[in-house]
Design a protein around this ligand. Structure first.
Ligand code: ADP
Ligand code: MG
Length: 399
């Protein structure tokens, strides 16, 4: 039975023209941007809040509403440029500056000119045409972390030249972003701060209803499923709308696959556990091999119903490493890895006592069943078959 009528609506790249519960944020941005109609440069702004609170979609929505105005009637807007740059992809000051110049001169080379040259070319274009430039720097914290404050410093300096105008809109998931700026930028950058709070369950419901109405076949979902997703995401996922929409999409696919006529709470539950499985699986797959071997030892012990603590884990790990041709790490390193696996959310453990080799821990639980973990490790080609391991452990009491 088909439940999904439009996949596109349920995906990340879809930008609704109406964003429930973000009217105030959109109005503030529009109000600020509107001053370009009177040839007044908009104020700098900083949008901040946890992931999935709509910062990106609000920025893009506002940008889009301005570009459609520009194309239709208002001629002065031809000198207004709104450029959205995602610093996750365009991740150096150099590449951002090239990107900005290309917004004005599409023929500008992608690489080659030295940084200072690009900046003075940009200043030249600005002076010549008197552009009013609005630069939206999304995920700007990633760029600062990678490349320091060079970009913001440059843009502030260009702003001071006063040829044309540059307005900055920085966007960040990092709540402490402004505090992390260097003093040379901090002293000159004081944007209007726009905070995005996590969505509450009632707000997520409105967002999901909109998606369901556009993306799912009429009458193919239970309102209860939407309330359920909203409640779970508000409670366990910090009101992240992306999570909520992903979950709706995955639950709809699950319901379709099961041949159900209607998407209901059980499909959401199934989707949730699949989502959890996938998240943990990705974490495991991206671990370095030695850490996987430690996890393998833990999963093997727990699969056999044995107690897993640092000593027994080390014993099993040691043989697994040998059998697979790895040089076994020290007890201390293995203790450190166990702690790390706990921090990553792959397992939970208790510190039993502090010892010479670091803390001795005992494992409480794994975030997937030992069997599921062993299956992933097998798929990675790092599983030592039980009988072979058994033979090597004969003199040991742990397995
Ligand atoms: P952020 O940039 O704050 O991490 P996004 O803007 O990427 O969050 O939003 C995450 C997802 O949730 C996107 O798919 C976006 O379309 C959707 N979304 C967020 N807020 C809303 C809203 N108010 N209305 C509709 N969809 C929204
Ligand atoms: Mg974002």
């Amino acid at each position: 039975m088909r439940i999904i009528k439009n996949h596109f609506v349920l995906r990340e790249s879809y930008i609704p023209e109406y964003l429930p519960c973000r009217e105030r944020h959109i109005d503030r941005l529009k109000e600020n941007f509107k001053s370009v109609f009177d040839s007044i440069p908009p104020e700098d702004m900083h949008l901040f809040g946890p992931t999935g609170t709509g910062k990106t979609v609000v920025s893009l929505n506002v940008k889009r509403s301005f570009s459609s105005v520009g194309k239709t009637d208002l001629d002065p807007l031809s000198s207004v440029v709104i450029r959205y740059v995602n610093c996750h992809n365009v991740n150096s000051a150099y590449r951002v500056m090239i990107n900005l110049v290309k917004a004005i001169n599409t023929a500008y080379p992608n690489v080659g000119p030295p940084y200072d040259q690009i900046c003075s070319d940009f200043a030249g274009y600005m002076a010549k045409h008197g552009y009013m430039f609005i630069v939206i720097l999304d995920e700007v914290d990633l760029l600062i972390r990678r490349d320091g404050d060079r970009l913001l410093y440059t843009l502030k300096r260009l702003q001071d030249l006063g040829e044309g105008s540059i307005s900055l809109v920085t966007v960040s998931n990092d709540m402490g972003f402004m505090g992390k700026l260097t003093s040379r930028v901090k002293s000159s950058y004081s944007p209007e701060m726009v905070r995005f709070d996590p969505y509450k369950a009632s707000e997520l419901e409105l967002i999901l209803k909109q998606r369901a109405e556009r993306g799912l076949r009429k009458g193919s979902w239970d309102e209860g499923a939407i309330s359920y997703i909203s409640a779970i995401v508000a409670k366990n996922h910090n009101g992240d709308a992306r999570k909520a929409i992903d979950l709706l999409y995955l639950a709809a696919k699950t319901a379709e696959r099961n041949g159900s006529v209607k998407l209901g709470v059980p499909h959401v539950k199934e989707a949730l556990s699949k989502m959890k499985h996938d998240t943990v699986e990705i974490k495991i797959r991206t671990l370095p091999p030695q850490k996987i071997l430690v996890l393998e030892a833990i999963a093997k012990l727990m699969h056999e119903g044995k107690k897993a603590y640092t000593g027994t884990i080390y014993d099993v790990y040691y043989h697994i490493a040998k059998l697979l041709g790895f040089t076994p790490l020290s007890m201390r390193s293995v203790a450190e890895i166990i702690k790390n696996l706990d921090e990553l959310g792959i397992l939970t453990s208790d510190v039993m006592f502090r010892g010479r080799y670091g803390n001795t821990r005992s494992i409480n639980s794994l975030s997937l069943s030992p069997k599921e973990i062993l299956a992933i490790i097998e798929d990675l080609g790092l599983l030592v078959p039980r009988d072979i391991l058994q033979r090597y452990l004969e003199h040991s009491t742990s397995l």
